[in-house]
Every structure is written in C-alpha cells, then in structure tokens.
Write a protein that binds this ligand. Structure first.
Ligand code: F6R
Length: 635
C-alpha cells in the first residue's frame, strides 16, 4: 500500500528515488510519481512527473525530461480517494506551485477541510485527500504570524497544518523556496529516515528496504513526530507542539539478497522455495539442547527457548485467556495457533479479525494476553486493535516479521518470525513462519505451565526440526503440481476442504487462489460441506481435499466419499503411500507424513504452488495482483 521515498544529498536524486520505488513495488500500487527540485541559487523549480500504472511507466514519462537535482520525493499510490489516474497520483502541488507533498494514509476530515479551503479560493486538481493537505499547509503558511517574518517556515506550517487533521499520515513535503529541506511526519503510517554520519545525505522511505543499501543507521519516526531534514545539518525531530523530540538511531540489517528474485521468475515462487531455509532461520537459537539432557540417553533432550516467554513468564502463566488479533493470511495462522495453544497450554484462545475486534467493544481483562500476528507489522487494523487492548491492560505479545515495524514497537514483547522480507503480495513464507513461531510459543508456554508431557514435547520439537526437509520433498513435486494446475485453469470456482489443523489450511489455500488467479474459491471444514456447499458440487467443480491428517482420517474419507458420489473433480493432498485415497481419486499429491499439529506446515505448500501455477498459466501478475496491497496501512 502506498510507498514513499525521499532523498537529499550530494548525488542525483532521480535514480535513487526510482530504485527506491522499485523496492517498494511489493506493497501494491496503481500509480507512481516523483518531484525534484532542480536549478540553482535564485532559480529553483519543481519538476513533477507522474504516471498511472507502474514505476516503469513513470520512467517512460520522465525519459527525456529534466531529471536533475539532488533533492526529491517520490511515491507509489494505492488508490483510496479517487481512481488510479495521473491527476490523483502523488506528488500533489499546492496552488502557488511552491509546495509539493507525498502522503500515505487517509486524512479523515478531508471533506470539511476541502470545503473550507474552497471557500478561501483554493481550486483542486484531484479527488484526493492528499491534495487537501498540501493546500492546507500552503494556507497555514500564509496566515498572519507573530514572530515578525512574512510567512511560517515549511516545518512550522507542516506542524500547524497537521494539528488540524484527523486520520493517518506519513508525509514528505518540500518547498521550492527552501531547496535544502525536506519535512516529514507520521501518524499511524510508517516512515523511516536513513542518516549518514556526516549528515551529507538523508534517505526517507516507508520501510528500510529502499534505504538499506546506502546506510544502516535508521530513525523510525514516532506518531505525531515531524522530522526536519536539512542538507548538511543534524536531523531534527519535533512533536506537533514544536517541542524537540529524540531522534533515536537504530542499526538495521536488511539482507539485500532477499530483495531480489535471484533467478526465479517471480518473488512468490522464490519465497515458496525459500521456506525450508527461512524456517530454519526462524527456529535458529530457539531450539537448543536442554541442560538437563542426561548422559547415556540415546538422544539428547531438546528445549524451546523464547526469550519473550522467559521474560514474561509470570504474566503468561497468569493468563486466563489469549486473544489473537490479525487479518487475512495472518488470521489463518491465528486459527492454527488457537489449536496449538489450547492443546499444549490448555488456555482458551479466541481468534478475532482485527478490523472487527477494534470496533466490537471487546471485554478485555488485565490478565488477558493479546497476540497480534502480522507479516508487515504495519496493518492498520491490527495496530489499532492492540492499542485498544493495551489501554485496557492486556499484555501484548507480538508475532511479527517486520523488524522495527509499528506493531513490533507497540507490543510489550514478542517473537519475530525472522523469515526475511516478503515481497510477493500473496503471503507464503510469512505464513509458515508464523505457524512455526506459534508452535514454539505453545511448546515453551506449555512446558512452563506443565501442561505438556515431556514425551510429546520432545517428539514435537524433533519433528519440527524435520519440517524443512519435508517441505523440500513437497517442493520436488513442483513440476507435477504445475501439470495439474494447467488442467484447472478453466475453473471459475474451487472448493477447499479440510478438518482440524487442515481446516485453516483450506481457508488459506482458497485465499491464495482468489488473490492471484482471481478465481472464486472457498475453504470449508470438510464435514460442514454437507450443510450447504455440497449443492455446488458437479463434475466441473474442482475440490481440493486435504486428507493428510491422520487424527480424523476415517472421517475425512467419509467426506471424500460424499464428493466422489456427486462426481466432484477431486485433487487430494495425501500422506505418502496412502493407497486407499489413491484408489479413490484421479488426482493426488503425496506429501510426507508428520505430526497432526504440524500438518499445516506441509499441506499448505502444494496449495501455494497450485495457486501460483494457475495464476501464471492465466498470464496474471503474480507478485502484484490487482487491487491488493502488501502492507494495508488504511482501515
Ligand atoms: C494474503 C495476505 C494478506 C495479509 C493481511 C495481513 O496473502 O498477505 O491477507 O495476510 O493483509 O497482513 P499482515 O500480516 O502484514 O498484518
């Protein structure tokens, strides 16, 4: 969802801005633009280029134009107010032509402000809330001032204008009359500023990925902070009242190889294939040999060590209820987390859509633990949900991938997923990473509570360590899955069925297909099918059946029979060597057997590959599907 890049320094800004915008493409967008301050003393002007479509379209627009200048701001826009178009693309220009601004988020009172500004003679060129903000800053700049100068400076005008708006924003603003300055601010939308030691250069962006190759020193602005970035000067941060705030510099390490698809045709495929390795990273240092491992035992005892569980042990042991809040794929991981935590820790778990939770007037007790699950760490609904729970006294335990992200910072404690940046819009490795962290959490807390037997604890840890190599075995079947996918591209609907731990996987498989192939798909608990969806089944209807679940195997087989008798086109995900199901269905994918509670980590892999190949066969943009954003920073 919208991305901001900015640069001020000694080099030409344009190539840095374009590269940065490409880095942010994964967030999802539908238009792009940039503004550069060019010229020299006494004759500075703004060059603004915009295009509907991709960053590459912007490059075409700017091709033969003046792209000089060592200061610039740029943006990828995901339409909220007004359709994707050149006029609605950012940067937006103020009426005088002096100020220009890029913005992520939503100005909620933009309608009223727009009316008021119109009455004062402002004319609008776009339908966006963002244009209202740049005109408001211009208007505020010209208000009578008390300090003797003719107009407020840019930073003062930005601070004053922001105190008049409601909503969410990350902004970068420039004024051609102050050609050595960029003013940035944030509230509920992320903004990072990269600094170099001698202050000769500054980089701004919505996340660290466009900054990482230039500097590791990053300041993440906090809510309602305004950064004044001036060439050659120390970065200054203020609150909206103009009081100075601390610019806390963090050292951030981003593995740049993760930002490249390294020979794979798409990020999504690379990220699916990354899973065995990144899941090892996710477990690294968290599964260790137990100090109580007695000599003479054939295998050493293992234990899960999560520092956040150790440090918050007392509060976690007191928890009478856990509430998981998340959205989309992360919500599916939450459904698996519920089963894991209830099984290993015997604590009741509720799983809420963050968007519903935040407005549901939830009853939260001080002994509750709230777990936000988020890949990006920036999802607006999840962030708002935990802010609410925090105010009411709950412990917030974040399970987040985005290091230093807003949710990670808002949480009291938590465990990072550590699967590296996920670029493909459809979540794959983040989902399996979330499930691994939830398993580790349930095991660590279950052991602390004494609700898990040592034998089961050891067996689960050992099996978890085997998961990466079992995923490799599923990935070896990529060609077969591709062949099967080609036989399904005709379909307009799919049904995904699974039980127990495989039910959330059915939901996730259906979501993956919808997102990138635009085929309607539904996930259902297999036994619920006969209460309605069974009416949909005919010889045209593909039914993806997850039978690799030995706990309720016989029951799943009965459900399978029900579909076979209605001539549904079944593709079954089966445990290796399951001759019974093989004899019942035409199409199947064999996956290695594992423990029930770890089944999702295996059975989701063929579903990810299936969606990917169906979408590729349909010629669709797999990494940036239409209308979707990677980081959903609006509610
Ligand atoms: C689906 C997908 C989304 C996200 C959802 C929450 O592939 O990626 O459904 O899971 O938007 O995002 P995060 O996890 O960043 O909070």
């Amino acid at each position: 969802m919208c991305g901001i890049v900015g640069y001020i320094g000694t080099r030409e800004a344009y190539p840095i801005l374009i590269k940065g915008l490409h880095r942010l493409e994964y967030r999802g967008y539908d238009s792009a633009g940039c503004a550069l301050i060019s010229g020299s003393e006494g004759d500075y002007h703004l060059n603004i280029y915009k295009a509907k479509g991709k960053v590459s379209d912007l490059e075409i627009v700017a091709k033969d134009k003046d792209k000089s200048g060592t200061l610039g701001i740029a943006h990828t826009r995901w339409a909220t107010h007004g359709a994707p178009s050149e006029a609605n693309a950012h940067p937006h220009l103020s009426q005088s032509g002096n100020l220009t601004l890029v913005h992520n988020g939503i100005i909620e009172n933009y309608g009223t402000l727009r009316q008021q500004l119109k009455k004062r003679g402002f004319v609008f060129q776009s339908e966006t809330d963002t244009e209202v903000l740049v005109q408001l800053i211009e208007y505020v700049k010209t208000l009578p001032v008390t300090h003797g100068e003719k107009e407020w400076g840019l930073d003062e005008a930005v601070r004053r204008a922001l105190s008049l708006v409601y909503g969410a924003y990350a902004i970068a603003v420039v004024d051609r009359r102050e050609p050595n300055k960029i003013v940035c601010a944030r509230k509920s939308s992320p903004l990072a500023v990269g600094v170099v030691e001698d202050n000769s250069e500054f980089f701004m962006a919505s996340d660290a990925s466009p900054i990482a190759e230039y500097t590791k020193q990053i300041v993440y602005l906090k809510d309602e902070e305004v950064a004044v970035i001036e060439r050659g000067k120390q970065l200054e941060v203020f609150n909206l009242n103009g009081d100075r705030a601390e610019a806390e510099v963090k050292e951030v390490n981003v593995d740049l190889s993760m930002l490249d698809h390294e020979g794979y045709p798409h990020f999504m495929l690379k990220e699916i294939f990354d899973q065995p390795n990144v899941l090892k990273d996710c477990m690294r240092g968290r599964i260790v040999e137990s100090p109580y491992s007695s000599e003479g035992k054939r295998e050493p005892l293992m234990q899960v060590v999560l520092s956040a569980v150790t440090l918050n042990r007392r509060q976690l042991l007191r928890a009478r209820r856990i509430i998981i809040v998340s959205c989309g794929t992360s919500w599916h991981a939450g459904l698996i987390g519920k089963q894991l935590i209830e099984h290993f820790c015997r604590i009741p778990v509720e799983v809420a859509y963050a968007s519903e939770f935040r407005y549901s007037d939830p009853v939260i007790e001080p002994d509750d633990v709230v777990i936000p699950i988020s890949q990006s760490g920036e999802t607006a609904d999840t962030l708002a949900a935990i802010q609410l729970a925090k105010q009411q006294g709950a412990l917030i335990y974040g399970i987040v991938n985005g290091v230093g992200s807003s949710i990670a910072r808002e949480a009291h404690t938590g465990t990072y997923i550590h699967v590296g940046p996920e670029i493909g819009v459809a979540s794959t490795k983040a989902f399996t990473g979330q499930v691994v962290v939830l398993t580790l959490f349930a095991l660590a807390l279950g052991m602390a509570k004494g609700t898990v037997e040592q034998d089961e604890y050891q067996a689960t840890i050992r099996e978890l360590l085997e998961i990466p190599s079992k995923i490799e075995k599923v990935l070896e079947q990529n060609d077969k899955i591709k062949r099967l996918a080609l036989t399904f591209t005709y379909a307009r609907n799919f049904l995904y069925l699974g039980r127990g731990y495989n039910y959330p996987v059915a939901l996730e498989g259906a979501l993956k297909l919808k997102e990138i192939s635009y085929i309607h798909a539904e996930g259902y608990p297999a036994a619920e099918m006969k209460h309605g969806p069974i009416a949909l089944i005919d010889e045209e209807m593909p039914v993806i059946f997850l039978t690799n679940h030995h706990k309720r195997y016989q029951k799943v087989i009965s459900n399978l029979q029900e579909v076979i008798s209605r001539h549904g086109r079944i593709l079954a995900i089966i445990n290796e060597g399951d001759e019974l199901v093989k004899s019942m269905v035409d199409n199947y994918i064999e996956v290695p057997e594992t423990l029930s509670c770890l089944t999702p980590l295996i059975s989701v892999i063929p579903l990810q590959l299936l969606s990917y190949h169906v979408a590729v066969a349909k010629g669709l943009n797999v990494d940036q599907p239409r209308n979707l954003a990677k980081s959903v920073t609006v509610e």
